[in-house]
Design a protein around this ligand. Structure first.
Ligand code: PEP
Length: 255
């Protein structure tokens, strides 16, 4: 399958930014700028903003996602939100395994696997993040590491469920730092991910998988990154908070 047959997906990761009022304003600013998009457009917001975001996105082509979910359905997990709760309010997407969760909140490959399972069981589509730290790149273990992260996260995921998985390759050294991976580096690791998925699920399923790049993607570098054969979209942090910049990336993905 050709890259052109895969659906490009541009997703914003708002992180811990915007309150509900600001969320409505930002969605309303983005909506007219992306209405002609020839790619999927997603905004992943803080939990507290999800209801406002869903309401503001009604009648637009913007889909709403969460930034995490817990693996249990319910119970004594103070401060957590389950995948079922997200699905119950109409959320379609959830980011899992973001490097900020792994770095600051003790997320491991094993908990990522459990969250992926819960999200799929709840009917959500997962944006699964993998990627290496700078020291790991310098040690030359990027490919092995990303292969392992991908394999563990997909443990127990069926070929049918893989249709509800998007993988985001996010080199940790490029996230929020202004340092972007070169288009070649991004493509190389996205191709490694596609290869390991091919080993697990066969070439057809791997070729159908959307693989994003994330890490300081912006209006200026999106064209070059998104033109690469294995880069099918972007997970966007900082630039997703500026309507014009986010829309420019969506436009680049729509070519
Ligand atoms: C992210 O948070 O996933 C991300 C890629 O952030 P930024 O675009 O700011 O580097």
């Amino acid at each position: 399958m050709d890259k052109n047959l895969r659906k490009a997906v541009i997703a914003g990761n708002w992180k811990m930014n915007k309150n509900p009022k600001e969320t409505v304003e930002l969605i309303q600013a983005i909506a007219p700028l992306v209405k002609e998009a020839d790619c999927d457009v997603i905004a992943c917001t803080p939990y507290i903003d999800l209801t406002a975001a869903l309401e503001a996105a009604k009648g637009t082509n913007i889909k709403i996602g969460a930034e995490n979910c817990h693996w249990e359905k319910s119970g004594a997990y103070t401060g957590e939100i389950s995948a079922d709760m997200l699905a119950a309010i109409g959320i379609e997407y959830v980011i899992i395994g973001h490097s900020e969760r792994r770095t600051y909140f003790g997320e491991t490959d094993e908990t990522v696997q459990k969250r992926v399972r819960a999200a799929l069981d709840a009917g959500l589509t997962v944006i699964l993040c993998v990627g290496e730290y700078l020291e790991q790149r310098e040690q030359g273990i990027t490919d092995e590491l990303v292969r392992l992260q991908t394999k563990i996260a997909l443990g127990g995921v069926s070929a049918d469920e893989l249709k509800r998985i998007i993988i985001a390759y996010e080199p940790v050294w490029a996230i929020g730092t202004g340092k972007t991976a070169t288009a070649e580096q991004a493509n190389e690791v996205c191709a490694v991910i596609r290869q390991v998925v091919g080993e697990l699920y066969g070439a057809d399923n791997a070729n159908a998988l959307t693989i994003q790049y994330g890490g300081s993607m912006n209006a200026a570098n999106a064209d070059e990154l998104l033109a690469k054969p294995d880069v099918d979209g972007g997970l966007i942090g900082g630039a997703s908070l500026k309507a014009e910049d986010f829309a420019a990336i969506v436009k680049a993905a729509s070519k």
